[in-house]
Design a binder for this molecule. Structure first.
Ligand code: S3P
Length: 412
C-alpha cells in the first residue's frame, strides 16, 4: 500500500513566541508556516492593537515593530492561555498600559502564577472584574523563583525580563518546554545565560530574522493515535517539531508497543525537527506513567487516556493536577466521556486510572468546548460502535482547523 505523507501547520507554542519575539525585534521579521488556529489569531490581533504591524503575503507573515503603543481598546485573548499569559509579561516589560481579557474558560484559569512574579519584578497589575489591568511601569528585574511547573509562567517572566532595567535571575523548580529560550538565542547571542534550571536574562536588543516553523507535534499526536489505533499502514508525518520537552507522548507510545520510527532529524532555527513514520503494531499494552513524564506530554493526556481505553491492561497516569486547570477540567472531561462510552476510568487523588476495554460504544459526547477533548473523543468515536453526537466540534478551530481533512488523509 502507498505510504501516506502528512504535513501540518506550524507548532502553536512556537507560533505565539515567534510573533511576540518578532514584535520586539529590530527590523523586519518573517515567519513561515505559522499555526492557523484561532489562538494564534488572538495573539496577532492583540499585537496589532499595540501598534505592531503584521501582514501576510504569500503564506509568509511579516512583523514590523517600531514602538509599542497603549491599545485604545481592551485586548481580547479569546480562549488562549498562552496569548494572555505571555502578553502580560511582554507588555509589562514594554511599559504598556492595557486591559486583557478572554472567554469564560480563560478567565477561570489561574493568573496569579503570572501576576505575582511579574509584580515582584516591578509591574503594576491588578486582576479584577474578570479582567487583567496592566498599568504603565518600568520593570527592574531581580531574583525570581518559579515553583509552578509551567512553560507559560517561565516564558512570561522571560518576556518581561527582556524589557527590565537590570538583569533577571530566574530559578525554575521544574523543567518545562524550552522554546522561548531557544528562540531568543536565535535573536541575540548574549541575552540569556543558562545553567541547569537557572536562567539569567540580560536585557538586550533582539535582531529580526526568518523563522520557518516546524509542524505541530501536539496536533500530530491526535493523528498518530488514530494511525496506531486504526492500524493504518505507513503514515509519515514530515517536518515535525521533535523537541525532547514535547516528546513524552511518543516515548510512552513506544513503551506501549507502538511501531514508530523517527528519522531525518535535523536542527531548524535551533529546534530539533524530524519525520515520524507510524506502522501497525497490534493492540497496545497499558503502562504506568510517572508525574515527571506528564510535563512533557501535558497536552496529550486526553488522547492518551482514549488510547488506554482501547489497549490491554490498566493505565495509571500519576500527577495530573495541572490538567484540572486547562481549557476545561480535563481530568473530569476525560473520565466523564470515557465512562459514558462504557469505558472504565476514574480519578484517585492526582491520578487517572483507565482500564482497557475490548469495545467502546458511541453516545452523546460533551466536549466542554475544549479543543483537545473534542479531538480526542472524535477519534474515540471513529473506533467505537454506534453513532456519536457532539455538543460542539467548532472548538477544534482553536488549534487545528483542518483536523477533519487530515484524519481523512489517513483514512482514505
Ligand atoms: C504551553 C504550555 C503548556 C501547554 C499549553 C501551551 C506553552 O501550558 O499546556 O498548551 O506554549 O507554553 P502550561 O505552561 O500551563 O503547562
Amino acid at each position: 500500500m502507498k505510504n501516506k505523507v502528512i504535513e501540518l501547520s506550524g507548532d502553536k507554542s512556537l507560533s505565539h513566541r515567534a510573533l511576540m519575539l518578532s514584535a520586539i525585534s529590530k527590523g523586519v521579521s518573517k515567519i513561515g508556516n505559522l499555526c492557523d488556529g484561532l489562538d494564534v489569531l488572538s495573539t496577532i490581533s492583540c499585537l496589532r492593537r499595540c501598534g505592531v504591524l503584521i501582514q501576510k503575503k504569500e503564506e509568509i507573515y511579516y512583523v514590523i515593530s517600531e514602538k509599542f503603543i497603549n491599545p485604545s481598546q481592551n485586548l481580547n485573548c479569546g480562549n488562549s492561555g498562552t496569548t494572555i499569559r505571555l502578553l502580560i509579561g511582554l507588555l509589562a516589560g514594554q511599559g504598556i498600559s492595557a486591559t486583557l481579557y478572554g472567554d469564560e474558560s480563560l478567565m477561570k484559569r489561574p493568573m496569579d502564577r503570572i501576576i505575582n512574579p511579574i509584580r515582584k519584578m516591578g509591574a503594576n497589575i491588578e486582576f479584577k472584574n474578570k479582567k487583567i489591568h496592566l498599568n504603565k511601569s518600568q520593570l527592574i528585574g531581580g531574583n525570581i523563583l518559579n515553583q509552578t511547573s509551567s512553560a507559560q509562567v517561565k516564558s512570561a517572566i522571560i518576556m518581561a525580563a527582556l524589557g527590565a532595567i537590570n538583569k533577571t535571575n530566574l530559578r525554575e523548580s521544574h523543567e518545562s518546554r524550552d522554546h522561548t529560550e531557544i528562540m531568543i538565542k536565535q535573536l541575540s547571542q548574549n541575552c540569556l545565560n543558562m545553567a541547569g534550571r537557572n536562567i539569567i536574562v540580560n536585557p538586550s536588543t533582539l535582531k529580526s530574522r526568518y523563522f520557518h516553523l516546524p509542524g505541530d507535534i501536539s496536533k500530530a499526536s491526535f493523528l498518530i493515535a488514530y494511525a496506531c489505533l486504526s492500524a493504518a499502514s505507513g503514515v509519515t508525518f514530515k517536518n515535525l517539531l521533535i523537541n525532547p520537552s514535547r516528546m513524552g507522548f511518543l516515548r510512552i507510545l513506544k513503551k506501549m508497543g507502538a511501531n514508530l520510527l523517527i528519522h531525518n532529524k535535523r536542527l531548524l532555527n535551533g529546534e530539533l525537527v524530524g519525520n515520524i513514520t507510524v506502522e501497525p503494531a497490534g493492540r497496545l499494552k497499558n503502562i504506568q506513567i510517572n508525574s515527571s513524564d506528564v510535563i512533557n506530554m501535558i497536552d496529550e493526556i486526553p488522547i492518551l487516556a482514549v488510547m488506554a481505553s482501547f489497549s490491554k491492561g490498566t493505565m495509571i497516569v500519576n500527577g495530573v493536577s495541572e490538567l484540572r486547570l486547562k481549557e476545561s477540567d480535563r481530568v473530569h472531561s476525560i473520565i466523564y466521556n470515557l465512562n459514558r462510552m462504557r469505558g472504565d476510568a476514574r480519578a484517585v487523588s492526582d491520578k487517572i486510572i483507565v482500564r482497557g476495554k475490548k469495545s467502546m460504544y458511541n453516545t452523546s459526547i460533551k466536549t466542554f468546548s475544549d479543543h483537545r477533548i473534542a479531538m480526542s473523543f472524535y477519534i474515540a468515536s471513529l473506533l467505537s460502535h454506534g453513532k456519536a453526537t457532539f455538543d460542539n466540534l467548532n472548538c477544534i478551530n482553536i488549534s487545528f482547523p483542518n483536523f477533519f481533512e487530515k484524519i481523512d488523509e489517513i483514512r482514505l
